[in-house]
Ligand binder design. Structure first.
Ligand SMILES: [Zn+2]
Length: 108
């Protein structure tokens, strides 16, 4: 008989992901949020708005998933449904921005 190792890494990895605060979870289900998100993405032409090395990211829907990002995060006092506080980002740029914000918060 061959012993099959249980995938212990899966649960260990999942635990490292921070649970979002309840306020954020409620926000993402609000109809206003859905409308805001759609407006941000439509305004951007459904294309990532991140600029890297002077060039705008080429990723766009429907080939890439887009995220409506709060430029100033809500927990930092940013407006929830103000279009001016929104930008359309691809998955990669959204993740990078979130990590950046987290690092900023750590260092103060
Ligand atoms: Zn991008």
């Amino acid at each position: 008989m061959v012993a099959i190792a249980k995938p212990r890494l899966a649960t260990a990895g999942a635990r490292r992901v921070a649970t979002p605060p309840k306020v954020a979870a409620d926000l993402y289900h609000a109809p206003e949020y859905r409308a805001w998100r759609e407006a941000v993405i439509v305004r951007a032409g459904r294309r990532c708005e991140a600029i890297e090395g002077g060039k705008r990211c080429w990723k766009r829907e429907p080939h890439n998933r887009m995220f409506a990002d709060h430029k100033v995060e809500i927990r930092d006092g940013g407006s929830r449904f103000d279009l001016d506080n929104g930008q359309c980002l691809c998955g990669g740029h959204h993740t990078a921005k979130t990590a950046q914000e987290r690092a900023k918060r750590r260092t103060g």
